[in-house]
Design a protein around this ligand. Sequence first.
Ligand code: PDD
Length: 286
Amino acid sequence: MSRIVYVNGQYLPEEEATVSIFDRGFVMGDAVYEVTSVLEGKILEFEGHMTRLARSLSELEMTCDLTRDQWLEIHRELIARNNVTEGMVYLQVSRGNAGDRDFHYPPAGTPPTVVLYTQSKPGLADDPKAKVGIKVISIPDLRWHRRDIKTVQLLYPSMAKMAAEKAGKHDAWFVEDGFVTEGSSNNVYIVKGNKIITRQLSNDILHGVTRASLLKYAAEAQMEIEERPFTIVEAQAADEAFFTSASAFVMPVVEVDDVALNGGKVGPVATRLREIYLDESRKRAI
Ligand code: PDD
């Protein structure tokens, strides 16, 4: 069955939804995005995603005059029209149709292109991978240096995921100057003793919405948190590892570059944090 999607103020069947071939998102990768999860038909972490969207837009001097309430209405309308109980809403704002290919930004007042659609994923919160954990490889972080802006320039992360798949693993961790930055589409953590270690925020990583909430919940649960970079060797000697993202929540990692962690089994800290995160997020879903 065809989805109903949102394009520039209109709700349309997906086959009828179009964007210009001159769109800056298409030609220049000049667009930002958000992925927001839906559980029981409700939106998780809505405020966090809206705050980051506003920041991404402002860092790129892009404007979009939709208000928080209008964004919420579009999300809810799409979830309802497409009967999504578990899944995601994808949102993208590009700098719009420049009329011609030009490196310079189009004149002020050129309307942005706004696209949203749902992806239904029944069983999202019950992902069997969360019970057995995932395996990762490391690869050099060759992305640009504004990773704090959530742009659609995702070719290198795609290449990283393909490299992981070729190696028979699930995902890749990026390494720069000897330290892990983040996962190909997630923030990463190791656990040593009673400490959760994760890289501090900077332009080197995306400021994960899931990360912010998880660290808050972990602190509330009296867990100790250390925000600093770590190496692959340190990760391989850790008790546990995991990653966070809007679509995977908290995902245990049981192998890093062929070295098993916790005997290759999902550990208690990742398991508990996943439970806490899902419980708290469900409570706060709107
Ligand atoms: N990815 N780091 C990177 C590079 C990411 O692409 C993502 C999210 C995260 C986690 O951010 P959050 O917790 O706000 O989802 C960290 C999304 C899910 C994606 O591209 O599909």
